[in-house]
Design a protein around this ligand. Structure first.
Ligand code: AMP
Ligand code: ZN
Length: 177
């Protein structure tokens, strides 16, 4: 189809980062990736969407899916990947030339966590955890106090004994005697 962007990519009229091509299908990286690895497998034949597919396309669709694993591995997706086919207006399809999205790579959340760990260090994170624990406890005590008639007994936190505390106590004992 003359005004179809993926037909133009198939004919080489529009540049793309192609990763595979044979006589019936081709694959190229998505221009707007939503995952560390994001490419699409596309038939060269113009088929608008899954809504235009019938049994005459079974070999073509089989070829696309049969090639997915091989192409995913070639892009480093050795532990699995997502496959998405958006279909029609309700399926949020943007380009009306059938294509299968392949997405994978490290989860963005994992990357963020690793960066946070590197920046803050595990000790700081532990301190943040205990601060948060203290805040939650304070909140719970407050809620208890508010919901009961009697004022809630204040919880007495055991004092942390440090080397300095022991020194001060020892000096106090010495001055007493
Ligand atoms: P959809 O039709 O919603 O399944 O997605 C169409 C996809 O095609 C989108 O993810 C776009 O980023 C992608 N796309 C659109 N134009 C190009 C292009 N010229 N090269 C590569 N990917 C494209
Ligand atoms: Zn097309």
């Amino acid at each position: 189809m003359s005004d179809c962007i993926f037909c133009k990519i198939a004919h080489g009229d529009i540049p793309s980062k192609k990763i595979y091509e044979d006589e019936e299908i081709f694959a190229f990286h998505d221009i707007n990736p939503i995952a560390p690895v994001h490419f699409m497998i596309v038939p060269k034949l113009h088929v608008g969407s899954l809504m235009d597919v019938d049994m005459s396309h079974q070999m073509l669709l089989g070829r696309i899916l049969a090639k997915a694993n091989d192409l995913a591995k070639s892009q480093g997706l050795n532990e699995g990947f997502r496959t998405i086919i958006n279909t029609g207006r309700i399926g949020h399809q943007e380009v009306y030339h059938l294509h299968v999205h392949i997405l994978g790579g490290p989860e963005p959340l994992v990357i963020v966590l690793v960066i946070v760990m590197l920046v803050f260090g595990t000790k700081k994170l532990r301190n943040m955890g205990s601060d948060l624990g203290g805040a939650v406890k304070g909140f719970k005590d407050g809620m208890k106090e508010a919901s009961s008639d009697k004022p809630a007994e204040k919880s007495v936190e055991p004092q942390q004994v440090t080397g300095q505390t022991i020194d001060v106590e020892a000096r106090r004992e010495q001055t007493k005697s």
